[in-house]
Design a protein around this ligand. Structure first.
Ligand code: SAH
Ligand code: SF4
Length: 371
């Protein structure tokens, strides 16, 4: 089976790719063929969700975390991470800035906590952000695994969407990159994704790409999982080493973080965007900062390969440098205004326009709700 033959299918219309075809495309390394895959995915994006990029201003409001994921720089046991919790007023100021500057949505992200003080704090933030934007700003929440009732509370307080990555759908690999305790269970994670749907939120998930020992087959299975679970939005990006983590150390010691390896992870990252677009068609897909961490043009490449969401960081400079999930986090010095102008230029350079002052909700979600 060849890439060219596969792309002759009517992917803009009713044809779909088979898992075998997805695997052939996922293994493609030929630059010309890759470009053809990206073009096909961009055409699907244009037809199903428009050539428009929507912004979600990212507010990383705390790096305090009860979890110990082996890849993450703010894991509980990393005592080199200086912990912070942002003041409520600072967060609201950032949200107001996003609103006034025409960002249709914000994303509130933090380490995981399940205590009532934290939950109530988030609830209040959601209410305040909704009210300062007269109900207009869309809000995505990304604060980890919670009880089902908590997701309902978040929805009621104003959350529109929720991002909880499955990280990898290969259970064995999942168990390798998380500690072996009941606080890091693959089954719980899958269950939580179901809870999000029950709570009426737009459901986002995603994976890390190019993890040590992850195969192309795994990545194809990830895309099949998105489809099977009727996911509305996808946030995924390459795995990026953080040197003060167990997985980061493993990658460094086993020479899995060479420039060639990083290039491979970027290629797979962009391919995942393209193949997810070709397979799911009408979902929202983010061009993530992790891509940019490994390739200065990573986000543009993803937009050109079918992504339609950008998440410019709004976190104030003082805290931004402490919210380090991985090494080489880009935009550490960017001020929000510069980032805004800069990104708009990048979006226009690939032929998209920015969806100013619109939430840009997942079309898949809208359809799912009309059924
Ligand atoms: N605590 C929340 C939200 C913050 S982490 C949660 O875990 O859901 C958000 C995402 O960052 C995670 O889902 C993970 O996929 C990603 N991440 C963490 N460490 C990373 C790394 N080293 N490289 C790439 N992505 C990473
Ligand atoms: Fe905590 Fe999320 Fe990092 Fe895991 S990935 S350690 S839950 S912040």
């Amino acid at each position: 089976m060849q890439v060219e033959t596969i792309l002759k299918k009517d992917l803009l219309g009713s044809d779909t790719l088979t898992p075998e075809e997805l695997l052939v495309l996922m293994k493609c390394t030929d630059e010309k063929e890759l470009q053809k895959i990206y073009e096909a995915a961009y055409a699907v994006k244009k037809k199903y969700v428009d050539a428009v990029s929507y912004y979600r201003g990212l507010i990383e409001f705390s790096n305090i975390c009860i979890k110990n994921c082996k890849y993450c720089g703010i894991r509980r046991d990393n005592d080199k991470a200086e912990r912070f919790m942002m003041e409520r007023d600072d967060i609201l100021q950032m949200a107001a800035w996003a609103y006034e500057n025409g960002y249709g949505s914000v994303t509130l992200q933090s380490g995981e906590r399940t205590d009532e003080t934290f939950i109530a704090y988030v609830e209040e933030l959601l209410r305040d952000i909704k009210s300062l934007s007269h109900g207009e700003l869309g809000i995505t929440l990304c604060v980890g695994e919670q009880e089902e009732a908590i997701y309902h509370r978040f929805k009621k307080a104003g959350a529109d969407r929720y991002l909880l990555r499955i990280e990898t759908t290969n259970r064995e690999l999942y168990e390798k990159i998380h500690p072996a305790d009941e606080n890091h269970s693959f089954d719980t994670r899958v269950r939580c994704i179901g809870y999000l749907k029950n709570a009426g939120l737009q459901v986002g998930t995603g994976v890390m790409i190019g993890l040590p020992n992850q195969t192309e087959e795994d990545l194809v299975n990830d895309i099949l999982f998105f489809k099977k679970n009727d996911i509305d939005m996808i946030g995924m990006g390459p795995y990026v080493v953080h040197h003060d983590t167990p997985l980061g150390q493993y990658a460094i010691e086993n020479h899995l973080d060479t420039p060639e390896e990083q290039k491979r992870r970027v290629r797979l990252g962009v391919l995942m965007v393209a193949l997810t677009r070709l397979y799911l068609k009408d979902v929202n897909i983010a061009a993530t900062t992790a891509l940019q961490a490994l390739d200065p043009l990573g986000r543009e490449k993803a937009l050109r390969a079918g992504a339609n969401i950008l998440m410019p960081v709004l976190t104030v400079a003082e805290h931004r440098a402490k919210y380090l999930l991985y090494d080489n986090k880009p935009t550490l010095k960017d001020e929000p205004q510069d980032a805004k102008d800069n990104l708009a230029k990048r979006v226009e350079s690939i032929g998209d326009r920015v969806g100013w002052f619109t939430q840009g909700n997942s079309k898949h979600f809208d359809k799912r709700n009309k059924k």
